[in-house]
Every structure is written in C-alpha cells, then in structure tokens.
Design a binder for this molecule. Structure first.
Ligand SMILES: C[S@@+](CC[C@H](N)C(=O)[O-])C[C@H]1O[C@@H](n2cnc3c(N)ncnc32)[C@H](O)[C@@H]1O
Length: 328
C-alpha cells in the first residue's frame, strides 16, 4: 500500500502584482520618509540571502534560536499538552523548527503547517523538515493571518493549536502594530492554544549594528534586492549602484532600522505602476525595522494581547528569549 505523502502545498493563492505595485507607490509617496514594506524583501533571491545572513558570524540571532530549541524543546513541548497541530508564522526555511517537531513526534503524529509569503522559503522548509518521522507538512504560501485562519479551520475537535513565531520576526512590526498583530492572532485562537514567540533582547549597539551591516555585504545585498525585485517584477529602473545600505539604531524606539540611501539626485520610474518619483542626494528609503525587547516587557506585551506567559527561556551567548504563552 502506498504511504501518504508527508508534505504538500495548500493550493496557491497567487502573487498579486497589483498589490505589490500599489504598496510600493504608497510607501514611496509617504510624506517625510519614503518607505517600502519589509515583507517584499523575501522573493526567491531575498529568501536565499536571508538564509546566508543566518550563517554570518555577526548575525547571532538565528544560531541562538537553534541552540535554544535544541536545548529546551523537550521542556517547552512538555508544557503544551497534546494532541497539538503546529502552525508556524513566517517559517522561512524552518531550520529552528526541527527540534520542536522532533520533540512533539516523540509523543504523537504531528501535522505541521508552515505559513510564509515566500514560496521558495516554503520549498526549502519542506526539504529541511520533510524527513522527520511522524511529521506531515502542508505549506501555506500566504500572509500570516490568512494562513493561520486556514490552518485553524482544519484542526479537529480536541486538538490544540501550537503557533510558532520564531526568529524575532515580531520585531519587524512597530510596537503598536506588534500588539495589534498578537491580538489578531489571539482572535483566531481558542483559549488554551499556545504561542511560542521569540524576541531578540536589547544588547550593545555596536553588536546590533554589525549584525545588520556585516563586512561581507550580505545584508546589504539582501536590502538592495528589494530594488532589484521592483525592477524585475514592476519594470522599475532603480540603478542599484546609486544606493548604499545604511543601518541605524534608534535608541528611543529601541530598534535597528535598515535604509537605502541615494548617493545622488535621481529620478526613478516604475513602469507597471505608472509612477515616477525623485530622490535627493542623501535621502533614504526605509526598508525594515527590527525592534528589540526586554524580558519583562515581552510578558506584558503578551498579557495586553490576551495571553498568559507559561515560561521564558534565555540564551546567554546572544540574548534572545523564547516566550511560551497560552491564550486566555
Ligand atoms: C526574518 S525571516 C524569519 C524566518 C524564520 N522564522 C527564522 O527565524 O529563521 C521572516 C520570514 O517571514 C516571512 N514573511 C514576512 N512577512 C510575511 C507576511 N506578511 N506573511 C507571511 N510571511 C511573511 C518571510 O518570507 C520570511 O521567510
């Protein structure tokens, strides 16, 4: 008898060029500071560059996440009584998730649903995790909440949803938007469902800046790829040589900001959007924020959004917290 496939993709919804185009125009028209939404950093090239960032010596965040889950997955999953189904928001290539899935698979069959807007990241995730015994994978190429709603609709009665949001990706949201996002996740969950949220903890500024501005220029390439993507998909004419990658730490907001700074006055046309705009010499386009946290503040953030903290684990080498919450 043929065995059931252990991984599959939910039917694709399709990448909307018009949404990409209108988001780009809205961001570049933003009064005062031009912006581009960070989610567009992750096409196939961007996702591959992100995986390369994760092995850079300067970027300790991903390694800390892996170290912690290798060490604490048993403890974490013991606090989430089964049976559970696992949904991961922004799974990327899923490198950190292996330990959690292996720990769960020691006690039950596991349905794992990675949710990511990047199809290529999901493909890698399935390659990375597809061979774990007793784990079945269905990837959702969706925005976070759309994917989570579909996963929640699939769960059987008596199953607990265990949502993972790793890699401190929550830090890409401004603080009020992060609170709102956690509330929206909560509204999809039932009381007793679990959320494992990783949050990067504040650390010396020089260490943080180096993590996002590595000497080999991999993060710079990741950032500039956003302009290259606009050229490829929307018929833009950005001259990448006329931009430099800039990283700042805002001490008030406690966040790293990535920008692209124009080296000269320039005019840019984005054909598919029917849009032309100008950049002054030195003007920047803000492409990503990575907010940093303190351990107590994360617990309060969860409580504000309708969760109770059931455990917090820390890495001493690269301060990072894994926070286990239950929906109340
Ligand atoms: C910082 S990476 C983290 C990847 C992985 N969780 C890790 O810790 O290594 C963020 C991931 O979220 C995905 N992503 C970004 N915005 C998204 C959105 N709005 N909906 C779904 N996925 C998104 C990206 O494609 C990327 O794979």
């Amino acid at each position: 008898m043929a065995s059931a496939p252990r991984f599959a993709m939910a039917s694709p919804v399709g990448h909307s060029v018009s949404e990409f185009s209108s988001d780009v125009v809205v961001g570049l028209r933003h009064p005062g500071q031009k912006e581009l939404p960070s989610k567009y950093l992750y096409d196939a090239v961007g996702s591959a560059l992100f995986d390369a960032i994760c092995v850079l010596p300067e970027y300790g965040l991903n390694r800390a996440g892996q170290r912690m889950l290798e060490r604490y997955s048993g403890e974490i999953t013991d606090r989430v009584p089964g049976p559970v189904v696992v949904a991961e928001l922004g799974s990327g290539s899923g490198q950190q998730t292996r330990w959690l899935l292996e720990a769960l698979a020691r006690r039950q069959r596991v349905n794992y649903y990675p949710i990511d807007i990047s199809g290529s990241a999901l493909f890698r995730c399935q390659q990375e995790l597809g061979q774990i015994d007793l784990v079945s994978i269905v990837g959702f190429e969706r925005a976070y909440l759309d994917g989570l709603q579909e996963v929640a609709a699939r769960r059987r009665s008596g199953e607990r949803l265990f949502v993972l949001f790793l890699g401190s990706t929550i830090g890409n949201f401004d603080r009020p938007a992060g609170d709102q996002f956690l509330r929206e996740v909560r509204s999809i969950l039932r009381a007793g469902d679990a959320l494992l949220l990783a949050t990067d903890i504040e650390k010396p500024i020089s260490k943080l800046v180096l993590a996002y501005d590595d000497p080999a220029g991999v993060t710079a390439a990741f950032n500039k790829n956003l302009l290259a993507r606009i050229n490829r998909e929307l018929g833009g004419d950005f001259d990448l040589a006329q931009f430099e990658h800039v990283v700042r730490y805002d001490e008030t907001e406690r966040r790293i900001e990535m920008h692209l700074r124009s080296k000269a006055w320039q005019r840019v046309t984005i054909r598919e959007a029917g849009f032309r705009f100008y950049l002054r010499e030195g003007e920047t386009i803000w492409t990503e924020s990575s907010h940093k946290y303190d351990s107590q503040g994360v617990i309060q953030m969860g409580e504000r959004a309708g969760y109770q903290c059931a455990g917090q684990w820390h890495d001493s080498e690269w301060p990072l917290a894994q926070n286990l919450f239950f929906a109340v």
